[in-house]
Ligand binder design. Structure first.
Ligand code: SF4
Length: 396
């Protein structure tokens, strides 16, 4: 079994009650079968009247939706969460009593035949801070274990050929995204175009042509010797600019508004963004956008380092989702999700900067990133809706 993780993975440490938010509110926490049985046995066993026994026969018994197999929520907060944002299950019973979901979070796993990929979830403030503020390239550490992994899943009809091609394509996407010689707008356009071409190969059942697409884009990136070549690449691969960019974002914003809300305070972010950026015409938007670019974007702008954030976010989304296309053949939408997320996070950051009297700091960027991830990544309904919509947008 092979295991892969980003090099920053082991830096994560939960800050518990010092966390600026909590991961125990706003979403349903499913309990694995073993933990559910263990809680059930403990409830039947406890009879004495100690605080711990009271907790077990009271809070634990009544804090679980036994049919659904999840912790109940009160005012959108997990039933085990106390007023200090600490978990009473840990306090009364110890960390080893946490269910699998809580033990693992924010570590996220993607399972493939013979490979387990670990990542940190962007929805945790501490993880988001690590991800965004990683400087430069991210290396992915691979280990291999000859022993059979008891937790390894069995896959029927796993498409090894496609998976290997997706891994190769992702490696090229990583190189493109991390090539600082190429302007960010061009890197994102290249990501979309390469994913679009791989998608076409799959749709038209030309799997062997994927190799050619991979080599072609790998060469595009590595063969750049002169500034003129970079300019040429930039001319050929670019995302819409000016008014076309504004119109596209304004229209795409509609899909974000349609998503299920996990936290009510996310509605405020959407409402503010709509009011400030998209309610008036292009001229008003342009004024804000140009001032924001001048003040906050670019390598030399130390205050926000937005370009590094964009790079790290693209890598995060591509690493976490791209190879999952082996299960649904939706390659383009996985890459488009990365570009879409970076584009809108910039819009949210820009709006926040505007509202804060043209001031933005790193913490606000991190805050917006983890709040966005909570809404988009932690709802299958939202992820599916977004992916379907993105796939429809696949334009030549
Ligand atoms: S969100 Fe992250 S840092 Fe905060 S309590 Fe959860 S795991 Fe810990």
């Amino acid at each position: 079994m092979r295991y892969l993780k980003p090099e920053y993975f082991d830096r994560f440490q939960c800050t518990a009650d010092k966390c600026p938010d909590t991961c125990c509110a706003g979403w349903q926490i499913m309990i694995d079968e073993d933990s559910l049985e263990r809680y059930d046995r403990e409830i039947s066993r406890k009879r004495s009247s100690t605080d711990e026994a009271d907790f077990v026969s009271g809070r634990l018994l009544n804090g679980i939706d036994w049919e659904e197999g999840s912790f109940l929520q009160f005012h959108k907060r997990c039933s085990m969460l106390n007023e200090q944002n600490l978990c009473d299950l840990v306090i009364y019973k110890g960390e080893e009593w946490l269910c699998e979901t809580c033990t693992r979070y924010p570590r996220h796993v993607e399972e493939f035949e013979g490979l387990r990929e670990w990542s940190l979830s962007l929805s945790c403030p501490v993880a988001a801070d690590i991800i965004l503020n990683w400087q430069g390239k991210v290396n992915f550490l691979e280990t291999e274990d000859e022993k059979e992994d008891p937790l390894a899943e069995e896959f029927e009809d796993f498409d090894f050929l496609l998976f290997t091609q997706l891994e190769d394509a992702r490696a090229v996407l990583f190189s493109i995204v991390q090539n600082k010689r190429i302007p960010m707008n061009c890197r994102m356009a290249l990501v979309l175009e390469m994913a679009r071409q791989v998608q076409l190969c799959v749709d038209e059942e030309r799997l062997f042509d994927i190799e050619q697409v991979i080599s072609q884009f790998a060469a595009l990136e590595t063969d750049l010797a002169t500034e003129a070549e970079i300019k040429g690449l930039q001319q050929e691969y670019k995302l819409p600019e000016g008014e076309a960019r504004f119109r596209g974002l304004k229209e795409s914003f509609g899909v974000l508004e349609q998503l299920e809300r996990l936290r009510e305070d996310w509605s405020e972010v959407l409402q503010q963004t709509k009011a400030i950026l998209y309610s008036a015409d292009y001229k008003d938007y342009e004024e804000i956008y140009e001032a924001f670019c001048k003040e906050c974007l670019g390598e030399d702008k130390q205050r926000v380092q937005w370009e590094n954030y964009q790079q790290q976010l693209l890598i995060f989304f591509l690493y976490t989702y791209f190879c999952g296309a082996v299960y649904d053949d939706c390659i383009f939408s996985k890459a488009a999700l990365a570009v879409f997320s970076v584009a809108f996070l910039q819009e949210f950051v820009m709006c926040s900067w505007f509202l804060a009297d043209k001031y933005i700091d790193k913490q606000e960027c991190v805050r917006l990133a983890y709040r966005y991830a909570r809404e988009v990544e932690h709802s299958d309904e939202n992820l599916n809706l977004l992916e379907e919509w993105l796939l429809e947008q696949m334009q030549p």
